[in-house]
Write a protein of this length. Sequence first.
Length: 188
Amino acid sequence: MKLYIKNMISISCKIVLKAELEKLGLHYRTVELGEVNIAEAITRAQCEQLKIALSKLGLELIEDQRAAMVEKIKNVIIEMIYYADEMSNAKHSDYISRKLNGNYNHLSNIFSEVTGTTIEHYIITLKIERAKELLLYDDLNLTQISYKLNYSSVAHLSNQFKKVTGLNPSLFKQIKHQNQKRLTLDKV
């Protein structure tokens, strides 16, 4: 039985969720970002206990299929931007379609209807949040960041960065020690 979990965005979420499932006596086959495959059918009481446990972790059980699909799309994008060593040179639409084994237009329509924004806008927002993070770490220069995030040029990254944040990346980096707000992944 597959369950879909909202706001499950990191490896640590997976570890904590596995521990909670074990506490509840639920056996899982797999735990992936946003998705848990439970080995057996769960009772209504177990489902309610799971909802309470998830809530305490800042997670949420998704019961609506469209919302579950949106969460899957978000997780594929997060994986693509945050966890891939290098972003694929494939078009985002092809990457998402391949990973979810679905028609991109259909996936895009569901995403837009449920979230009120486009997949492309979500990707841009997430890439800029990742760029902020990489700028704050000081490990990579802007050229390396633009390459890592699959931008065609530093200028392209800089233009999108300024559109989203109101600052160019260099100015952002200069004021990094001030309380520059970053969105958490679950808020994007």
